[in-house]
Design a protein around this ligand. Sequence first.
Ligand SMILES: [Fe+2]
Length: 381
Amino acid sequence: MIGISQFRFPTDIRFGVGACSVLTEFARKYKVNRPLLVTDSGLPETEAFSLAADEMDRVWPGEYMKFTGVHPNPTDQDVEDAWESYAQGDCDGIVGLGGGSALDAAKALRLKVAFPEMALPEIPLAELPPTLIPMCAIPTTAGTGSEVGRSTVITIRQVGRKMVLGAPPLMAEMAILDPELTVGLPPNLTAWTGMDAMTHAVEAFVCPVFHPMCDAIALEAIRLVRLYLPRAYSDGADIEARGMMLIAAAMGAVSFQKDLGAAHSLSHLLSSEFGIQHGLANAIALPAVVLFNGEHDSSQYERIAGALGCSEPSDDPALWVADFLNEFNRSIDITQRLRDLKIPRENLPELAAKAMEDGCHLSNPRQCTESDMLRLYKEIW
Ligand SMILES: [Fe+2]
């Protein structure tokens, strides 16, 4: 019996060098006359910011506002502060510019604009209007794919925990993927964010949700990361590699419409408790989760092994994939161990308990208990 599924790929994506010029079209199509540019505090120093700001100046001369106060792992306070700027500036649209944090804060701001009286966690996601205030998303990293995603991850200060707010209207109306904006990303962040894209695609593919379209997209994202991440890592100015990594990141995020898995639960806690960069935490967690899932069903990794370049059928595809990922991490200088990141071993039980509260593992192909989480943390420690 086939149940009813929903497939949505609505984001208008513009890709290519100089793609920021289509902000003109965003302004016209969505009647945006006074946008708020939402970004993080580090970005105004960068070449990416200058390139985007030049286009903003051209399209909205003297008519746009800036909010540059988004923190890494953005909080609800960041969103409240952005809302102040938005309201004071009498804005009518949003341009999100930056990595996942800036884009997620920009998306959450759209919720706040729709429900200005409510605190973020109280906003009824099921009652959102079909369209929110128009948003254009411009990523400056290639990893989270937040520009095409329908969710935003915000840390709620009162409970000290990351909250995933997801609903289809949260998808940006337009995403601009301009490889020139990612050229200045340093090698370590290139590697880490790239492995976030890889983790999205691998976890989405094995996630037990019926979505053959996303499965195909996930496999291509995996192939692209394998081919282009090492190039973007070793030569940041390789514009073809930068461009294909932006495509891979967007595809990875489209594929996780299906959902994610246990690697993201393990990594969310490493970020919120120890400030480990999200992609780095995923890169370390993913091979262990592949082996763990493979103990129950290794064959689900067969096509992933193929996308990673495995030409011979393998008796244990999960083992092949995990070995490949460990070697791939090494090739882009990603550490394999939590101990190298100064995470105390005695904290692992507490981390495991908290990881159980993270929703991502609920869609892992193999059910995880708290002791499984602890075992996985110990394996990567
Ligand atoms: Fe992620």
